[in-house]
Design a protein around this ligand. Structure first.
Ligand SMILES: Nc1ncnc2c1ncn2[C@@H]1O[C@H](COP(=O)(O)OP(=O)(O)OP(=O)(O)O)[C@@H](O)[C@H]1O
Ligand SMILES: [Mg+2]
Length: 329
């Protein structure tokens, strides 16, 4: 039975990529489970290469998952156990993506008007040219651009404006859900806040649900209702934003938080910087047991023997660690 508050349910999602010229596989996403409620923002945070983009793309089936189950608004999009695979075209309209790099993701030969209009054409939303044009202009104004911008080309815009075009394009088909894959990471810090605020305004106005991916915990914390922390293809902790920041339980989350500059002196006094030793292991050859154990100050024998489950440690707060009770404040 599906819960009507949930827009997206992801269960044990895996995405393995073959390594060219060998029998090795990259365990890019290795058994990730979470849900996103309607109208909320779920933030996904973690270091480069931990599998955030792959998770987002697999959910939209832009890359076909290796295994797992994806349910969108009660409909099964993918289930490796039953072999169910939905025809994606109708869902492409309801589920959109905004990419990190507004330079690479917009076709330089198309005008901004056509970039925004193209998804409408793919989904045959307008047969009337004037209505189509009016909708394009409406979308541009929605993202803080104007009608004059419609006839220009992407290279005539700044990075922030280009990202606004990418957002207008995603909105063109009236989606309910948007994967925002590091949508502000490539922008100047001064522009990042403007674009993040715009995402928030659009969410309120249009009732959107976001999967918001970023490696910057302070941005994710600002925009998200709940946050999932990824490490080496696994979710190691999931909680509401406040709970995660103030009561983090997993040693990896704690290290991420301790690396974020905190303006509040009361909080700053309590927190000591945790610097992790060593590098992230290769996803081609991940460690046995807990993926984090090779860098974890709390690791013991059990950590190499079995994978800790993502278990509920407080209402709405899950963490995957054998030694949660030992991990200090
Ligand atoms: N198409 C692909 N083929 C092979 N390996 C891939 C492919 N896409 C991603 N990977 C690998 O999967 C792992 C996860 O990559 P992914 O891009 O999902 O990480 P990420 O968390 O989004 O990182 P970043 O913060 O740098 O964007 C990496 O080791 C990456 O090299
Ligand atoms: Mg990425």
């Amino acid at each position: 039975m599906s819960d009507e508050r949930k827009l997206l349910e992801v269960s044990d999602l895996k995405q393995y990529f073959p390594v060219a010229g060998s029998r090795d596989v990259v365990h890019a996403v290795d058994g990730v489970s979470f849900h996103i409620n309607k109208g909320e923002t779920f933030g996904l945070v973690g270091e480069s290469g931990c599998g955030k983009t792959t998770t987002g793309r697999s959910i939209l089936r832009l890359t076909e998952p290796t295994s797992g189950r994806i349910v969108f608004d009660g409909d099964v999009l993918f289930d490796s156990q039953t072999g169910e695979k939905a025809k994606m075209l109708p869902y492409r309209r309801r589920m959109q993506i905004v990419f990190q790099d507004p330079y690479a993701s917009l076709d330089p030969r198309m005008t901004v008007g056509d970039i925004v209009g193209e998804p409408m054409d793919i989904h045959k939303l307008f047969s009337n040219k004037e209505e189509r044009q009016a909708r394009i202009l409406e979308l541009l104004s929605h993202v803080g651009l104007n009608s004059e911008h419609a006839n220009r080309y992407p290279h005539e815009f700044s990075g922030g404006q280009r990202q606004r075009v990418g957002i207008a394009r995603a909105l063109a088909v009236d989606p309910e859900f948007i994967v925002c894959d590091e949508p502000v990471s490539a922008l100047d810090v001064s522009i990042q806040a403007q674009v993040v605020n715009m995402f928030e305004d659009l969410q309120r106005e249009l009732g959107l649900t976001y999967l918001f991916i970023a490696h910057d915990l302070s941005i994710v914390n600002h925009i998200s209702d709940r946050i999932g922390v990824m490490y080496l293809g696994h979710l190691v902790e999931v909680a509401s934003s406040d709970e995660l920041i103030f009561h983090s339980a997993h040693p990896y989350t704690k290290s991420l938080i301790s690396a974020v500059p905190i303006a509040d002196p009361k909080t700053a006094r309590k927190s000591k910087r945790i610097v992790l030793e060593g590098d992230v292991p290769s996803p081609v050859n991940p460690p046995s047991g807990c993926p984090f154990r090779t860098r974890c100050p709390y690791q013991t024998e059990v950590c190499s023997q079995s994978m800790p489950e993502l278990a509920e440690i407080a209402p709405g707060h899950q963490a995957a660690c054998h030694h949660i009770d030992k991990v200090g404040e």
